[in-house]
Design a binder for this molecule. Structure first.
Ligand code: PEP
Length: 249
C-alpha cells in the first residue's frame, strides 16, 4: 500500500551546526523505522550540507521551493535541476507561506509542479484553505481550484509521481491543529476527487496532513485511513518532537 511519509520543513531556520545536530538526533530513528520514509527540507543554502549528512543514513531530503523556470535571468531563484543535481528527492510546491508572502498563484504553483517533475523530483503539492474559507464552507471549493490548476496543466496521471500535503492555513504555525476527523474529512474529499478521474492514482498518492503536528497529536491524525503521514514545521526543529512524530506512524 502507501508508504507513510514524514517530512520536516525547516523553513528559514538553522545553521550548519544546528542542522548537523538535528540530523544526528533523528537519523537513528529514521534508520530503524523501516516502514516510514523520513524527509527533511532545509533552506536552499544548506542543501549541499544536508546531501553530505544523509549519504550514509535513511534520511531523504527535499527543497522547500523551486523556480518555475529551469534556467535564465531570474535573480535569487533556485531551479529544480539544481536541487536534483545535489541529490534531492522531493520539493515542496505551493506552501501556504509562498502563496501568502510571495503571491504564488495556483497556476504558478502548477508550473513549479511541472518543472519539478521534469527535473525528476517528486513535487509535494501543498494545498489548504484560509480560516475564512472554512467558516464560509468554501474549503472543498478552494481545494478543488488548487488541484485543478495542476491537473489542467499536467493531467491527473502526474499525481502518480507526486505527494499532496493538506495544510489548512489556520493550522500552520498557530498551534491550532485540525482534529483528526476534520483532517480525515478533507483527505477523503481529495482522494475521492482524484478517484473520480483516475482510481489507480487516487489509491497510490500519499496525502500528508500539515498544521501544528506535534508528537502528542500525531498518532490520532496518522490513524486516519486517508492520512499517509505529516508535513511538519516547528516540531521538525526539535529532535524529541520530530522523533516522536516519526514513531507515531
Ligand atoms: C509547515 O510549515 O508546513 C507546517 C505545517 O508548519 P507547523 O507544523 O509549524 O504548523
Amino acid at each position: 500500500m502507501r508508504t507513510p511519509l514524514v517530512m520536516g520543513n525547516w523553513k528559514l531556520f538553522g545553521t550548519k551546526d544546528t542542522i548537523s545536530a538535528l540530523i544526528k538526533g533523528i537519523e537513528g530513528t529514521a534508520n530503524s523505522t523501516k516502514n516510514v520514509e523520513v524527509v527533511v527540507c532545509p533552506p536552499p543554502i544548506f542543501i549541499e550540507h544536508v546531501a553530505k549528512l544523509t549519504q550514509n543514513n535513511n534520511l531523504k531530503f527535499g527543497a522547500q521551493n523551486v523556480s518555475e523556470h529551469i534556467t535564465g535571468a531570474f535573480t535569487g531563484e533556485t531551479s529544480s535541476d539544481m536541487v536534483k543535481e545535489f541529490g534531492a528527492k522531493y520539493t515542496l510546491v505551493g506552501h501556504s507561506e509562498r502563496r501568502q508572502y510571495h503571491f504564488e498563484t495556483n497556476e504558478m504553483v502548477a508550473r513549479k509542479f511541472m518543472a519539478a517533475q521534469n527535473s525528476g523530483l517528486i513535487p509535494v503539492l501543498c494545498i489548504g484553505e484560509r480560516l475564512l474559507d472554512r467558516e464560509t464552507h468554501k474549503t472543498f471549493e478552494v481545494l478543488e481550484k488548487q488541484l485543478k490548476a495542476v491537473t489542467n496543466l499536467v493531467g491527473v496521471a502526474a499525481f502518480e509521481k507526486a505527494v499532496i500535503a493538506y495544510e489548512p492555513m489556520w493550522a500552520i504555525g498557530t498551534g491550532r491543529v485540525a482534529t483528526a476527523e476534520q483532517a480525515q474529512e478533507v483527505h477523503s474529499f481529495i482522494r475521492s476527487w482524484l478517484r473520480a478521474q483516475n482510481e489507480v492514482v487516487a489509491e497510490k498518492v500519499q496525502i500528508l496532513y500539515g498544521g501544528s503536528v506535534k508528537a502528542n497529536n500525531a498518532k490520532n491524525l496518522f490513524a486516519q485511513p486517508d492520512i499517509d503521514g505529516g508535513l511538519v514545521g516547528g516540531a521538525a526543529l526539535i529532535v524529541e518532537e520530530f522523533v516522536g512524530i516519526i514513531e507515531a506512524i
